[in-house]
Design a binder for this molecule. Structure first.
Ligand code: SF4
Length: 453
C-alpha cells in the first residue's frame, strides 16, 4: 500500500460496509477531541497502527472466520445462540454467558451456566427468582454483584419492557442496568447480527499485537482507538462470529504469556510478529514502520521495545494499584443440633457492598497492628451482640489464618472457634442469622472465602 493512500485513509472518514466510520483519532461524535485524547498524530504513524488497507482488512476477516469455523470450542451458550429461534431467549442466553464470563475462566463457567439455564431458561423465570436463590447458584463464581444485577435487569425487562429485550447495542447499554459497552456489543452482534465490534481483554491483546500498539492499553485514549478499530474491522455479514473469533483467538492462540504465533491464522497481518522476526524498523520511514517520534500509540520512549519479550511487548498497561490489605476476625460458633450433629451460626451480610447479601460466620474488621489478645477482645465484643450473652475472650480458640485475594483487597481472616453449651438467643434486630449443619452451609449462599474458613 502506498504511503499516500495510507495517509489519506488515516486523515478522514473511511467507508466501511456502506457505513461511514470515523477514522481513529477523530471523536466518534465528530466533536473536538475530548480531554485525555492523544494529540493528533502524523498520518504515517496512524496508518501503521490501523487497518488502513481495505484489502488487508478483508483478508484478515476471511482468515479469522475460516479458522473459527474449524477450531472454535464447543460451548453451551454458542449452541443456544445458533439453535434458539426466539430472539429474546437467544439474547438472554448470550447475556447470561457474557456476565458469567466477566473475570471468570470458561472452564469454571460451563457448569454454572448449564445449571442456571436449566433453572431459569427465560427472563421471566429469572425475574421470579429470589435473590437468595440467585446467590446460592452463584456461590463460588465470585464478583457476586453480577448475579444480583442480572436478576434486577431481568425484572426490569419483564416489568418495564414487556419481556422484550432491547434490540440494539445502544439500547441494551442504555436500558439494562449492569450492561456496559462490551456486553451490549456482544449480545447485539451474537444474538441479533448487529454489525458492531467488541473490545474485551482478549481483543485488546490481539489488536495491540496486530498493530504494535504499545501505549498504555488501559488509558481511555487507547481504548477509544481500539473501539474504533473493532467497529471498523467487524465482519458485516457475520459480526457475532467475527467478534467471537477475535476473542477466541486471544483466549486460545494469542494468549498473554506464550502466544502460539506459528499456529496463528492472522500471523501474516501481525506487526508485532514482523517486528520480532525482522528487528527494529528501518531508518527510512515506510508505512510498515512507525518511525514518528512521540507517536501516541507506540511504546513510550522510557520503555522501548524489549527484544527478549518479542510479541509480548504488547499490550502494555500502567502498573496496577496495589490491593488494600485488610484483616478480619471470624468467629465460628458451634452448638449441638437436635440430632447431636454440630451446627454453626451464619449471618447475612448487608444488601450492598462487598459480598452483598451472602452468608458468613460472624465477622468483624480488625484495625492493623492489633496484638492477638486485642483481636480476641474485639471479636468477643462483637459476638456478645449476636449471642446476647457474655463471651469471655479466653474461651475463643485460635484456629489459624486464611488468606483470600479479592480483586482489590488482600484479605486475611483470623479464625476462632467457640463451642457453646446449650442454646443462645440471637438478637432479631441484628442482621438475619441461622444455624446450619456443615452440609447446609455448603449449599447456602456463602462466598469462596467463607468456604476456605
Ligand atoms: Fe498474536 Fe502471534 Fe497471532 Fe500476532 S502472530 S496475533 S502475536 S498469536
Amino acid at each position: 500500500m502506498s504511503q499516500l493512500r495510507a495517509a489519506a485513509a488515516a486523515r478522514g472518514v473511511r467507508r466501511s460496509g456502506g457505513r461511514a466510520v470515523p477514522a481513529a483519532g477523530q471523536s466518534r461524535k465528530g466533536a473536538s477531541p475530548r480531554r485525555g485524547a492523544p494529540a493528533p498524530a502524523p498520518a504515517l504513524a496512524l496508518a501503521y497502527h490501523l487497518f488502513s488497507d481495505p484489502a488487508e482488512a478483508e483478508a484478515l476477516r476471511g482468515s479469522l472466520l475460516a479458522w473459527y469455523d474449524k477450531c472454535k470450542r464447543d460451548l453451551p451458550w454458542r449452541t443456544l445462540a445458533t439453535t434458539e429461534p426466539d430472539a429474546d431467549r437467544r439474547a438472554y442466553a448470550v447475556w447470561v454467558s457474557e456476565i458469567m464470563l466477566q473475570q471468570t475462566q470458561v472452564a469454571t463457567v460451563i457448569d454454572y451456566y448449564n445449571r442456571w439455564m436449566q433453572k431459569w431458561p427465560t427472563l421471566q423465570a429469572l425475574a421470579q427468582a429470589s435473590l437468595e436463590e440467585v446467590n446460592e447458584l452463584w456461590a463460588g463464581l465470585g464478583y457476586y454483584s453480577r448475579g444480583k444485577r442480572l436478576q434486577e435487569a431481568a425484572r426490569k425487562v419483564v416489568s418495564e419492557l414487556a419481556g422484550r429485550m432491547p434490540r440494539t447495542a445502544e439500547d441494551l447499554q442504555k436500558l439494562l442496568p449492569g450492561v456496559g459497552r462490551y456486553t451490549a456489543g456482544a449480545i447485539a452482534s451474537i444474538s441479533y447480527g448487529q454489525a458492531t465490534g467488541v473490545v474485551d481483554g482478549n481483543v485488546i491483546r490481539v489488536l495491540c499485537r496486530l498493530r504494535c500498539i504499545g501505549a498504555d492499553s488501559s488509558s481511555p485514549a487507547v481504548i477509544d482507538r481500539l473501539w474504533d478499530m473493532a467497529n471498523a474491522l467487524v465482519d458485516r455479514s457475520r459480526p457475532g462470529d467475527f467478534n467471537q473469533a477475535l476473542m477466541e483467538l486471544g483466549a486460545t492462540v494469542c494468549v498473554p504469556k506464550a502466544p502460539l504465533c506459528g499456529e496463528c491464522p492472522v500471523k501474516q497481518h501481525c506487526r508485532a510478529r514482523r517486528r520480532k522476526l525482522f528487528g527494529k524498523p528501518t531508518p527510512v520511514p515506510d508505512v510498515e514502520d512507525c518511525c514518528v517520534g512521540g507517536c501516541p500509540l507506540c511504546p513510550p520512549a522510557t520503555e522501548p521495545w524489549n527484544s527478549s519479550l518479542g510479541v509480548t511487548n504488547f499490550p502494555r498497561k500502567a502498573a496496577k494499584k496495589q490491593p488494600r490489605v485488610a484483616r478480619t476476625a471470624v468467629g465460628v460458633l458451634e452448638r449441638r443440633g437436635c440430632h447431636g450433629a454440630p451446627e454453626y451460626l451464619i449471618v447475612q451480610r448487608p444488601s450492598s457492598g462487598l459480598l452483598a447479601g451472602l452468608w458468613e460466620f460472624p465477622s468483624v474488621p480488625l484495625a492493623q497492628g492489633l496484638q492477638e489478645e486485642e483481636q480476641r477482645e474485639v471479636l468477643a465484643d462483637h459476638l456478645r451482640a449476636w449471642t446476647g450473652q457474655p463471651v469471655v475472650p479466653g474461651a475463643l480458640r485460635l484456629i489459624g489464618e486464611v488468606i483470600h485475594i479479592f480483586s482489590h483487597i488482600h484479605q486475611t481472616y483470623v479464625v476462632y472457634s467457640l463451642p457453646l453449651d446449650g442454646d443462645v438467643s440471637l438478637d432479631p434486630t441484628l442482621s438475619p442469622s441461622r444455624w446450619v449443619t456443615e452440609e447446609m452451609f455448603h449449599t447456602s449462599a456463602v462466598s469462596t472465602a467463607m468456604k476456605k474458613v
